[in-house]
Ligand binder design. Structure first.
Ligand code: 26W
Length: 812
């Protein structure tokens, strides 16, 4: 019997009884327990395996279809993935939600109980990591053969505790209880080298032999990535570092030097031990570079293994393979592929370079100079000696091309070189990424424009066609269907079916329902019910939400100044007709980013002060739930009325929280920054509260010698708010924040304060007109269709990846 193609696979039951049967047999045979003694953990693990089996069956058919069609593959290389909790998603994508609810009830549990046991693999910091998760979801939903490659950190993003003293970080041992959603695949382990030296190869000047000084094993485990409303199931393959047998020093062990004996092993496994919690400042740590090369080396070998399963000719490699670099973090992949092709597969340099450039594409996610990675030449030389040699050759050939295009322009050569010479010799990873790729894109129109005009302007001059924009997107399955089932059901009822979940532009149909008063009432009552469920504050208050990583460019400090001004206004006129407002902050700060941690502490302290204040607390409440992550975002977003997107224009590459909030009917108050501009263009200027300097005005203000103190002196409310913060009532932290605003105020917080307060006044005026607000809310949802990650993937597929879907035959 030919077992390939999934033939002969016992079909998994579709009926309630068959599902129950499968659940029970998994409880007995795979969990080794009985109904009588099954714990909630047993039930969760068993249910997860039962659901996973159904996805694994589709995975088998997907793998067979991909093998048969020998397609062009998309490989997404990312140091971060914020996949979120898996159970609810996999119940939805396998269509077994109702079956599961019935089946677990028979075991004496509710689905909600078990969902609370679901782990969230926190393998990312913020926007970049979550975008990677939304994109792999949409790749599967669009039936595009793809693999997401990443690192399986033992410890994910730290768990955050917030007290009056601010943020405390605790390790996140996310898989402590195991993870039912992953498949370890030790057979596909790879060998990775570090350090050592290179030796020439007689007779072939291009080639070298690299003799590593340290060997580590990369062991993969993969998680299933099901498509929604289709049979495709792709995978995310996550590598974890293991010590090679050789690294255990038995002689030392038998000599009683136990610690030394395992030292090598510990060093090896440290590589995938913990995620770096920084999301905007490169710290240049050696271990971080080891992580990046580890990810790249394992993934490229796995990619080549899959290619050679069906292809012999290297000249087809770039036709069958496109590798997307998620920011500069995996950029070492470019010299690594050159090393493999030239040194190991003995292609000549120019052939190898032609293949390499055609294979890679690079997405930049930031504009902050401090976030653009540069590695010290001496560190690369020590850790990856062969790669440095290859980078030098790439740079030499590149600068020759620049010289030809711009003869005698030494300054341009110095600016564009992959090697920064002064003050220290460093490798500019963004320059290497641009030189070694076919396409470079920003993540929102303004961001891509600023990349061409500022950070990468010289390269845009040289290769204008290489620069593209692909505006970010979000998965509507997780961020409205799963997060906001009440609103999803109303939308499905209003539009007639749920096809909008695979074609989000269909939401525009809601505009025709806006005239229906009962539809508006139900819309409003659902928002209120979501607020009751969140239990953050008075459900009838204006729920004003700022949820994102803490960073001064995102300007949580501006939101804080608004809160203090409201507080002072209420105290100045306690009997005033104030709009009750619940201000919700959530987000983590990188542990080494002290100014951001000061903000967290100050907000917590100001919030406690207001809560204890009998005059203000009836009208104003500040809540700050700790440990913001994907799961918490799914609870907060459906309950939001106002979405705070108030970064200094020109600093937020795109934002994706802005899209999630607008999709769930929150109205945005924001600047002309990142994707805010595209959201405003689509939802309509009347349904967006705009304020502040635009990116060019902000840059000009700085050039014109911006004086924050002038704004302080000319605006009494601003002065009162800053004085309150710096008064000592909120301790040193308040003083530090106040003096940084009056000192340099890097992100022009004071310059935008008055315009922001005026926009907030417009917000309150609109809020008082409930019918107007509900209409604005509905129109935000109706016109958010463009921001589906399915559209984002369709853009990448058409303009950068040039890939076509491979349908997976459906089986009843
Ligand atoms: C080297 C340390 C480091 C780590 C992560 C520097 C920079 C990063 C990321 C690029 C930061 C990040 O998450 N950027 C965010 O990416 C989102 C997805 O494209 C955008 O929507 C956000 O605007 C951007 O800040």
């Amino acid at each position: 019997m030919d077992l390939r193609q999934g033939i002969g696979l016992r079909k998994l039951g579709k009926t309630a009884d068959e599902f129950q049967q499968d659940l029970l047999s998994n409880l007995y045979y795979r969990r080794g327990t009985t109904v009588e003694s099954a714990s909630a953990r047993d039930a969760y693990e068993t249910l997860s395996l039962t659901v996973r089996d159904r996805l694994a069956e589709r995975r088998a058919r997907t793998a067979a279809a991909h093998y048969a069609s020998n397609p062009r593959w998309v490989y997404y290389l990312s140091a971060e993935y914020l996949l979120g909790a898996q159970l609810e998603q996999n119940l939805l994508y396998s269509g077994t939600g109702n079956l599961a609810a019935e089946a677990v009830k028979a075991l004496g549990f509710s689905l909600e109980d078990l969902e609370d046991l679901d782990v969230e693999p926190g393998l990312g910091n913020g926007g970049l990591g979550r975008l990677a998760a939304c994109l792999v979801d949409s790749l599967a939903t669009r039936d595009i053969p793809a693999v997401g490659y990443g690192i399986r950190y033992d410890l994910g993003i730290f768990r955050q505790i917030i007290t009056e003293n601010g943020q405390t970080e605790l390790p996140d041992d996310w898989a402590f209880q195991g993870n039912p959603w992953e498949f370890p695949a030790p057979d596909d382990r790879q060998t990775v080298g570090f350090y050592g030296h290179t030796e020439p190869v007689p007779g072939s000047p291009d080639r070298k032999v690299w003799v590593p000084g340290e060997i580590v094993l990369g062991e993969p485990s993969h998680m299933l990535v099901p498509g929604y409303g289709t049979d495709t199931v792709n995978i995310v393959r996550l590598w974890s570092a293991k010590a090679s047998e050789a690294s255990f020093d038995l002689s030392r062990f038998s000599a009683g030097q136990y610690a030394e004996a395992v030292q090598e092993a510990v060093r090896a496994e440290n590589i995938s031990k913990v995620l770096y919690p920084d999301d905007s400042t490169e710290l240049g740590r050696e271990l971080r570079l080891k992580q990046q090369y580890f990810l790249v080396s394992c993934s490229l070998r796995d990619i080549i293994r899959r290619f050679r399963l069906r292809n012999e000719d290297w000249s087809e490699f770039a036709d069958k393979t496109v590798i997307q670099l998620n920011d500069t973090h995996p950029t070492i992949a470019i010299p690594e592929l050159m090393r493999l092709l030239v040194d190991e597969y003995e292609l000549d340099w120019s052939k190898a370079w032609e293949i390499t450039r055609k294979t890679f594409a690079y997405t930049c996610h930031t504009l902050l100079p401090e976030a653009l990675e540069t590695w010290p030449v001496r560190l690369i030389e020590k850790l990856l000696p062969r790669h440095l040699e290859i980078i030098y050759v790439i740079n030499m050939l590149f600068l020759r091309e620049v010289g030809a295009q711009f003869p005698g322009d030494q300054d341009r050569i110095r600016r564009m070189s992959i090697i920064q010479e002064e003050p220290e010799r460093r490798v500019r990873m963004a320059h290497l990424a641009v030189v070694g790729t076919e396409a470079v894109n920003g993540v929102a129109e303004l961001h891509s424009k600023l990349l061409r005009e500022t950070v990468l302007d010289d390269f845009a001059d040289l290769w204008p066609a290489k620069f593209q924009n692909v505006t970010n997107g979000i998965s509507p399955r997780r961020f409205i269907r799963i997060a906001n089932p009440r609103l999803s059901d109303l939308i499905t009822e209003g539009l007639g079916d749920d096809s909008w979940l695979r074609d989000l532009e269909k939401l525009a149909g809601l505009e025709s329902l806006i005239g229906d008063a009962s539809f508006r009432d139900r819309w409003q009552s659902i928002k209120r019910a979501n607020k009751v469920a969140l239990a953050a504050g008075d459900p009838d208050s204006l729920t004003d939400v700022m949820i994102k990583r803490f960073h001064e460019y995102k300007r949580q400090q501006l939101k804080l100044l608004h809160v203090v001004t409201l507080y002072q206004r209420i105290h100045a006129n306690p009997a005033g007709d104030w709009v009750p407002r619940t201000v919700l902050f959530a987000g983590k700060a990188a542990p080494a980013y002290h100014a951001a941690k000061d903000l967290i502490q100050l907000i917590a302290t100001v919030g406690a002060t207001i809560a204890a204040d009998p005059v203000a607390s009836p009208y104003l409440k500040v809540v700050f739930p700790s440990n913001y992550n994907v799961t918490l975002a799914e609870k907060i977003i459906p309950a939001a009325d106002l979405s705070e997107q108030i970064s200094l224009a020109g600093k937020e590459a795109s934002g994706t929280g802005n899209m999630k909030l607008a999709l769930n009917g929150a109205v945005t108050i924001g600047t002309l920054d990142g994707a805010n501009i595209e959201i405003r263009a689509r939802v309509g200027e009347d349904n967006f509260f705009l304020f502040g300097l635009d990116a060019y005005e902000a840059a000009q203000a700085r050039i014109n010698g911006y004086q924050p103190r002038a704004f302080y002196e000319h605006d009494a409310e601003l002065r009162a708010a800053i004085d309150a913060l710096g008064s000592g009532a909120f301790g040193d932290v308040g003083h530090r924040v106040a003096s940084s605003l009056l000192g340099w105020d890097e992100y022009l917080t004071l310059a935008d304060y008055r315009a922001y307060l005026d926009a907030q006044a417009q917000v309150e005026e609109a809020w008082r007109d409930r019918d107007r607000w509900i209409r604005m809310s509905i129109l935000n949802t109706a016109h958010s269709g463009f921001f589906s990650s399915d559209r984002t993937v369709a853009d990448y597929a058409a303009r950068i990846w040039r890939v076509a879907p491979v349908p997976v035959p459906h089986e009843d």
